[in-house]
Design a protein around this ligand. Structure first.
Ligand SMILES: NC(=O)c1ccc[n+]([C@@H]2O[C@H](COP(=O)([O-])OP(=O)(O)OC[C@H]3O[C@@H](n4cnc5c(N)ncnc54)[C@H](O)[C@@H]3O)[C@@H](O)[C@H]2O)c1
Length: 271
């Protein structure tokens, strides 16, 4: 059901790879809520062609390639988006994550530092790059909203999350630091949403993901939050109903983050 929460708003959505992606569901939700959108992903991801289906479902949204580690690509993305919209944007979703050390099976204690630098650039510094590009081009309207996706491994140890834990800590720190400056300059809001484990391409890359998602399900009083529910929350964060929320890390995890133990987990341990 649409509430037209985003009627008249315009935004850029990074990271829709396939229909499991959180960004994919978010694009559909924002469109349903009345927004106009531009879709973007790394050129290599666009070659898969999947995103064209999403573009069609979102009123023939333009698809503009951008490697999020490349400042020229980002400048081109914002330029073309503003041209398309005939003005500035109201929201940006950063839904990007990639770990080279995880992908190549390196243990946290044996990180390859070149890969690690790349991981931090793609998964965390990229938020700074996006915000800086928008800042330099004055591309976001007052009360605009930027959301990036994160995971609770930024606060607590989940050993197999590996170097992505450090990447998410940095991402959350950039959210606070840039969020301060952008609020003062232009009333632009920047927040992270810390999502439950979700079966997507990026999520499933984590070692032992199936066991892990089941554990989180049992440790969350409401159960794991789905990608669709995450999209709903993001749409609210893009709306005018949350204008004074900024620089926050917002848990969207069915209560996992504040639960010490659940009856279900105790039962399991007694077996
Ligand atoms: N799936 C989970 O369990 C989970 C839980 C919490 C947070 N998150 C976060 O949600 C976000 C979205 O991930 P997802 O689970 O939807 O997986 P996904 O694999 O569908 O999305 C990750 C996206 O990052 C994009 N990307 C990678 N390198 C890029 C680059 N250089 N330039 C531009 N884009 C690039 C990929 O093309 C892909 O679209 C990530 O930040 C992820 O860490 C996921």
């Amino acid at each position: 059901m649409s509430h037209q929460l985003l009627k008249g708003k315009k935004g850029i959505i990074f990271g829709a790879l396939d229909e499991k992606s959180i960004a994919w569901k978010t694009a559909l939700k924002c469109y349903e809520e009345g927004a106009q959108i531009v879709l973007t992903n790394a050129p290599v991801a666009l070659r898969m062609g999947e995103i064209n289906k999403l573009a069609e479902a979102c009123g023939n949204a333009p698809v503009i390639g951008a490697d999020v580690t490349n400042m020229d690509d980002l400048k081109n993305l914002f330029e073309k988006s503003m041209e398309h919209f005939g003005g500035k944007v109201d929201f940006v979703l950063h839904s990007i994550g990639m770990s080279l050390n995880v992908r190549k099976g390196k243990h946290y204690t044996e990180l390859n530092y070149e890969w690690n630098t790349k991981t931090l650039d793609i998964s965390a510094m990229s938020l700074h790059r996006v915000l800086r590009t928008a800042w330099d081009m004055d591309a976001i309207n007052e009360w605009g909203s930027v959301v990036a996706l994160t995971y609770i491994a930024a606060q607590r140890v989940f050993p197999d999350y590996n170097e992505m834990a450090d990447a998410k800590s940095l991402l959350e720190s950039i959210t606070r630091s840039f969020g301060y400056h952008y609020a003062v300059k232009n009333k632009v809001r920047v927040n992270t949403i810390s999502q439950s484990p979700t079966k997507t391409t990026a999520g499933s890359g984590v070692k032992g993901f199936d066991g892990f998602i089941n554990y989180a399900e049992k440790m969350s009083p409401l159960g794991n939050a789905t990608a669709e529910d995450c999209a709903n929350y993001i749409a609210v964060m893009f709306s005018d109903l949350t204008r004074y929320v900024t620089m926050q890390n917002l848990f969207h995890d069915g209560g996992f983050s504040f639960t010490g133990v659940t009856a279900e987990v105790i039962e399991q341990m007694e077996k």
